[in-house]
Design a protein around this ligand. Structure first.
Ligand code: AMP
Length: 194
């Protein structure tokens, strides 16, 4: 299935290195160029803001999903196409996955890591079967990718579970990885529940 919307998890930090901010901006532009909607956490700072700006400059639609308390703190991006306000973080994360056909993780902090790992966990449980792409820019996710391999080596997951996610090292490889992601269908979900 060709996606119509892509959920991107990424850093809120303004202190991230410029190449990561540029990468987020570029990914927003690439999603827009496909005519797809960018779904993200609705913030205006850091990679989150750069992603949304890149998509908007590219003429794309952007859906930001932000908890009420963050909006009250004026953390929301003022220019997105749709800003969905939700009561809490758990609703936000559920809505971000619901609203997207594919999921991408750019570099980020603990919030991004949590979102990515939750998306992988939910896929393993059959809650969704959407492509998940880890953008391992400049080796940012080397340690996490290694840890996921350790989980498989130690039989916390089956090696088949590694097909739930793809790892790319360049921003231009993100969309091809979405399009080439192996299907995670009913057979895989049944397997995952065993
Ligand atoms: P992190 O990767 O730790 O920067 O977290 C990114 C995620 O944390 C976002 O998706 C939000 O859940 C939340 N977050 C933290 N700070 C902000 C902010 N200033 N604006 C919007 N979301 C934020």
């Amino acid at each position: 299935m060709t996606p119509k919307s892509v959920c991107v998890y990424c850093a809120s930090s303004q202190q991230a290195r410029p190449e990561f901010l540029r990468a987020a901006h570029a990914l927003g532009g690439e999603i827009a160029a496909r005519g797809w909607t960018t779904v993200y956490g609705g913030g205006r700072s850091g990679l989150m803001g750069a992603l949304a700006d890149g998509a908007l400059v590219g003429g794309g639609q952007v859906r930001g999903i932000i908890p009420e308390f963050m909006k009250a703190l004026e953390w929301a991006h003022g220019g997105v196409s749709f800003l969905e306000t939700v009561p809490d973080m758990h609703t936000r994360k559920r809505r971000m996955v619901e609203c997207a056909d594919a999921i991408v993780a750019l570099p980020g902090g603990c919030g991004t890591l949590e979102e990515l790992l939750e998306a992988i966990t939910w896929k393993r449980l059959g809650i969704h079967g959407k492509p998940i792409v880890i953008a391992n820019l400049a080796g940012f996710y080397d340690a996490l990718v290694r840890q996921l391999a350790v989980c498989i080596e130690e039989r916390m997951m089956h090696e088949r579970h590694a097909s739930m996610w793809s790892v790319v090292t360049r921003i231009e490889d993100v969309i091809p990885a979405i399009l080439q992601a192996p299907a995670w269908g009913d057979d895989a979900i049944q397997f995952a529940k065993v």
